[in-house]
Structure formats: C-alpha cells, structure tokens
Design a protein around this ligand. Structure first.
Ligand SMILES: Cc1ncc(COP(=O)(O)O)c(C=O)c1O
Length: 373
C-alpha cells in the first residue's frame, strides 16, 4: 500500500485509460483536450487551464516564466523545500526576489505578509506555496491571503501542486492570477501532466515574449482554443487525467475537500495519542501530508512499515531524519487509514483505535475502483 505524498494510488479506470495511444491531431483526442480543460475549469473555478505534458515542476516554472518579467520585484516566503524551489525558479527567471524564509512547520501569518507588502511597495508580485509537501503544513487561509495580496494590487502566483483538489479553491472568485498543480497528487491521476489555472486577471498578465515555447502558457492556450496541444502530448496521461477529473466531479469537489480535511484531522489525532509528534498546528496543518516525529528513529518506522507492506516517506533536506511523511491525498480512504493506523500501532506496540469518520469514505462509485494492496 503506497501512502507517499505523490505519486498516488489511482482508481482502476484511471490506470486503464493511461495506456491509450491515439493520433493527437484526431477528433477523438480533441474531445479529450476539450473535456479535460472544461472539467478542470470547473474544479479550479478558473477561466482557463493550460494542460502541459511534464510534471508539477513544469507547471510551476511555466507559471513563473509566463507571468513575470526579468527584473520584476517578487515577494516569496519559503516555508519548506518546495518554497525554496519556487524561489529558485523565480531567480532563474531573473526576477528581483525578496525572500523571507520561515522555519519548518511554520507558515507566514497575514500580518507578516502585510508587513512585507508595506515594506516593498514596488513589489509587483507575490509567489507562494499553498501546501508544503516537505513539512506537512499549508496556507489554510489562502482565501484571506488572496484577499490581502490582490487587495493591495499585486499579482498572486500559487504553487498548489500538493494542494489542489484537497482544499477549497476558487481561482476566479478569489482573483488569484495563477495556480499550478500536477496530475499525480490529490486529483488522483498518474504522473505526467502539469496544469496552470488562470483567472481573467491572470490571462491578462501573460508575458511570454522572451521565454522558450514549451513553458509559454499562452502558446498552450492558443492551441487549446483549437482543442489541440502545441507539441506531442503525453496522450495516455491526458486520458487518465480526464477520467480522474470526471471521478472527482462524480464525488463532488466539496466532498473531496472535506474528505481530505477529515482524513488529516483523524490521522493527526490518533497519531498524537500514540506518541507521534505532528508538525503544524490547528490553523496550518496540511490536508494531504501528515508529517510527524515518531517515538522511534524515522528510518526504523519507515522500514518496519515497509516490511508490513506500507510505503510512507521520510523528511526532505534538513528534515530527512527528523520526520515521517504520510501522503493521504487523492483516493486515500477510511480503509487505507485504518490499515495504516493498525500497522503503525503494531510497530509502536500501542493499542488505541477508533474508526475514521464517515467523511473519510469514498462514494460507492469510486470505492469499487480503488484497491489497497
Ligand atoms: C508543493 C510542490 N511543488 C512542486 C512539486 C514538484 O512537482 P513534480 O515532482 O511533479 O515536478 C511538488 C512535488 O511533490 C510539490 O509537492
């Protein structure tokens, strides 16, 4: 059973669809391009969604390169590994980066963001990570952050690679310029596509004149207007992701957001009772990654779970030996959570159990498609 923070276990029909190969200039494939963008527009509540063949990093870098200019002043606040990668992408773009790093497990407060906006009046853009996969914390208040940043007249770019589909998100209504994600996270598709969702304002901010074609979001959108992609797409991943987005629509986005929230609360609660110290607080815990310091060495916990058939991750970078990370994103449900809890308790010789709440269950249509082996 794979419970890492992506790639994730996918429903059977999604993995079946991934094996399709067709002519990408055919009407059959045009239907998939159109269907996938339409579905993702509803799920993001976005004006447009660029469909890029590549991983989440491609989506983040396409967003950064397409929506900023060289020399533009950008505020970013890394609070983990992926925040630093975002900062690096901004630097490679040649923007003038103002970066304030937060310690692992913490997130910037609204007050801190406001202070930075006041201090750097000439900054045009704010770029932030929504959900920090490396430490299991998140900007749970993204709506308020967007209100603050957009209210100050700045552009807002968000890396939500491990956040999309697991939290309430309304790109248009919140006026976020762009949000980047990947197919292999809470959408529960296979790896291979990156998505950049845009609001009306975001579309107006597309620059693109001095960047490579492949990362130019405007180029992709121009081809999607014709229901095509500019280059040879990852055809099977388009099919798989279209199916995954349809399944998310069957579940309902609000229900999926709630399922992730309920799963995170349940696991954090029971972990705490058995001596696992969770990173993050009530106001910034992640819905997709539970990061904890176990009462035994991290490598021991990871290998003992592996012996018992469950794969989780350890920390990244400086947190490598300090935390375990359990991915609870995509179609992770009450069955997977129960098995994980029993197995962790077996390793720690503990005996506390209560079942996951109803909200962690998948709807029947999805449940029958998800096998935990
Ligand atoms: C927050 C965040 N940003 C960016 C990435 C990079 O995505 P990928 O590995 O698909 O390139 C990840 C991957 O885990 C992530 O969690």
């Amino acid at each position: 059973m794979m419970l890492i923070p992506g790639p994730v276990n996918v429903p059977l029909s999604v993995s079946f669809e991934a094996s399709r190969v067709v002519n990408h200039r055919s009407d059959e494939f045009r239907r998939v391009v159109e269907g996938l963008e339409s579905s993702l527009k509803r799920l993001f509540s976005a004006e447009r969604v660029a469909l890029l063949s590549g991983s989440g990093t491609l989506a983040v870098e396409s967003m950064v390169f397409s929506m900023t200019r060289k020399g533009e002043k950008v505020i970013t606040i890394p609070y983990g590994e992926f925040g630093h990668r975002l900062e690096e992408s901004l630097k490679r773009r040649g923007t003038n980066v103002v970066s304030v790093t937060k310690s692992p497990g913490t997130t910037p407060s609204l007050g801190e963001i406001e202070d930075l906006l006041d201090k750097h009046k000439d900054a045009e853009t704010v770029a932030l990570v929504h959900n920090e996969t490396s430490t299991g914390v998140a900007l749970r208040n993204l709506r308020e952050v967007a209100k603050l940043v957009k209210g100050s007249g700045r552009k807002l770019l968000v890396d939500s690679v491990s956040g999309f589909a697991a939290y309430e998100l309304y790109v248009k209504e919140w006026k976020i310029d762009a949000v980047a994600t990947g197919s292999q996270k809470a959408l529960a598709s296979v790896p291979g596509l990156g998505f950049v969702a845009l609001s009306d304002e975001g579309i107006g901010e597309l620059k693109g004149e001095d960047i490579p074609h492949y990362v130019d979001v405007a180029t992709h959108l121009k081809f999607q207007d014709k229901r095509e992609t500019p280059f040879t797409p990852a055809v099977g991943v388009f099919y798989a992701s279209y199916r995954a987005s349809q399944l998310m629509e069957i579940e309902g986005k609000e229900r999926r957001w709630k399922r992730h929230d309920a799963s995170a609360r349940y696991l954090r609660d029971i972990f705490k009772k058995i001596g696992m110290e969770n990173l993050g607080e009530d106001d910034n815990f992640s819905n997709t990654v539970v990061a904890s310091t176990p009462p035994v060495p991290v490598s021991y916990m990871v290998s003992e779970l592996k012996k018992r058939g469950i794969e989780i991750s350890r920390g990244m970078g400086e947190m490598k030996d300090k935390i375990t990370r359990v991915g609870i994103l995509g179609v992770v449900d009450d069955r997977a959570l129960s098995r994980l809890v029993f197995t962790v308790q077996d390793v720690l010789k503990k005996d506390v159990y209560y079942p996951p709440p109803e909200e962690t269950k998948l709807p029947e249509a999805l449940k029958t498609e998800v096998i935990w082996d």
